[in-house]
Design a binder for this molecule. Sequence first.
Ligand SMILES: C[S@@+](CC[C@H](N)C(=O)[O-])C[C@H]1O[C@@H](n2cnc3c(N)ncnc32)[C@H](O)[C@@H]1O
Length: 290
Amino acid sequence: MLSPRKTPFEYIKQSVENEGYLPTELIARLPKHWRRIGTVGIIELHTSLWPWKEKIGQNYLSGISELSTIMQKVGVTTTTIRTPGYEVLAGNPDTVTLHKELGCKFWIDALRLTFSTGNHAERQRLIKITTEGEQIIDMFACVGNLSVPISVHHPTVEVKGVEINSYAYSFLEKNIQVNHLKERYQPIFGDNQTHTPINWADRVLMGYFELTPRQLEVALQALKQDQGGIVHTHGLTTARQPFNWRQTIEKLILEKFPYFQLKDTKQRVIKSIAPGVHHFVDDIHIIRKN
Ligand SMILES: C[S@@+](CC[C@H](N)C(=O)[O-])C[C@H]1O[C@@H](n2cnc3c(N)ncnc32)[C@H](O)[C@@H]1O
């Protein structure tokens, strides 16, 4: 009888064992899962495995046929432009890749720019809740992570995406082109505090963890002033320190937008970032007072 085909992980484990470089007691620590952006695979290695990280990377590369590079997570995403904490372990050092998701094409440098595979459900949800004809501003566009899928799936929606990092912006321009969105998606290069269009949007996306009071004010200015709309604010929350943006927005409306009123807010968790720490999004629905 033929033996059943090995899964990629079984193959990887078997090759590590065969090569014999890793102490047997550490075999159980090999990661069974990995994330994938285009042809770049991302693994998280326990620090006890780090002395053999390049060899392990090579085994993952050989075991997962569709990948050309293996990176590992070595730190947290840092800086305003959100540089992810990755290093290349094996394979092609050129980490520019084409990622396909939800019927969209995303060109991205997986080593240097953020594309969270954990935000997949949020990308799907945004497609679902957007209605035809909406005007949307993405204040933290990156390569179009959240707003390109909306645009691809809603042929009458118009988007303006603001991005401060010239490298990310170059990919945003490319993604607008390869997804045939040129007529409906306007990329804007610059700081969203000064470059966000005002009085235009039905919906504003704020996919960023460290929002400033100025950016929240700009988001409310960006909404159609005679109607209001929905602002999606992101953030981090823990069970011990629950947080949402409701109070901040209420205060802002009171002080600077007296003609607006908060209709309702809904919070949902997007993903777990660390034990007990969650990435959330608040849907903040603002309407014009009668
Ligand atoms: C963490 S990425 C998030 C991408 C996407 N919004 C998402 O949620 O998946 C944040 C992006 O916002 C950009 N950014 C940060 N501060 C900005 C600012 N003041 N104006 C415009 N873009 C900014 C960064 O360069 C980065 O590309």
